[in-house]
Design a binder for this molecule. Sequence first.
Ligand SMILES: C[S@@+](CC[C@H](N)C(=O)[O-])C[C@H]1O[C@@H](n2cnc3c(N)ncnc32)[C@H](O)[C@@H]1O
Length: 336
Amino acid sequence: MTTEQTAPQPWRVIEIVGGYRRALAVLGAWRADVFTELDKGPRTDRQLAGKLGLHQEALRDLLHALAGLDLVTLGADGGYALTPHAACLVPGRPGYIGGFLDNQETEVHPAWSGLADTLRTGLPTPRQEDDRPYDLYASEERRDGFVDAMDFIVAPLARQIADRDWSGFRSVLDVGGARGSLATTLAEAHPHLRAAVFDLPALEPAFTRFTAGRASADRLTFHAGDFFTDPLPRADAVILGHVLHNWPEDARRSLIRSAAEAVNPGGALLIYDAMLDEDTPRLVNSLLSLDMRMWSGGSQYLADDCVSWLTEAGFRDVERHAHGASSSLVVGHKPA
Ligand SMILES: C[S@@+](CC[C@H](N)C(=O)[O-])C[C@H]1O[C@@H](n2cnc3c(N)ncnc32)[C@H](O)[C@@H]1O
């Protein structure tokens, strides 16, 4: 180990602790339409401030901070322009992540204000209106934003799941499958598959809009219900993706039991999440686990525990795979 590695680095810690300012600078610029306006072409701070009704010098500081974050550049003529990284911050551009930004700002950031309490109690940050995380669906705008954010996260994982061998399955049920992004990817990649989603009734209109007009639409179905109280429809393969982490362990086990009943003999249960590994903690998964503890009362969980839950539920040959950048996929097979 070199001296550089072992020497205390207080500036590194100071930078980490001040890191929230980077997030708030980007969110603030996004909310103030700075990225939308710069997407129309280079603008000086004066032009931008005039157009957006902002204080010119405060805006200049923000633009310089965004330049430091590699989201804008400053030209010799005093005009600011977007870098390619900023395209995802412009409404209407392909890959726009507005739903993710909105979810971070309105749900996740406020939840983190309760870290001290959660550390003492293990319970989520109390909400003002209600206790359940998916009450956010009461607002159509926030619901659509949340669904966008889920799709953005699930897209690369969906492709990896679609690349598996589906020749032995004729039907798949995605439990908590939102507006059907994964179900649609599977149905489009495998024309012999019928794909269904089971999710809260609030998401049915989003599913209908998302699947309308697709070549696979006649093989896609939405089942509206509450997976804690309603039975799940049967399928050869059942998927629980980014669902178990929303709930505490007793609820997770109950969901696995319901999903196990829904799997046809000879079929499989697939579970993916940003699971934890006791020996090699990953920063991103540990932070996500805290997100869940404070936001929903769930957490990420050990991949080994997931393997045990499936084995206890009667699945055989339970496999564990690396999935995407930091997720795991656990697959259990139900005896025929
Ligand atoms: C974190 S999202 C995961 C979405 C998607 N499977 C993915 O991988 O991104 C959890 C999903 O569970 C659904 N959900 C939450 N509570 C539910 C309930 N009680 N019954 C049915 N679905 C529920 C939510 O609407 C949401 O679509």
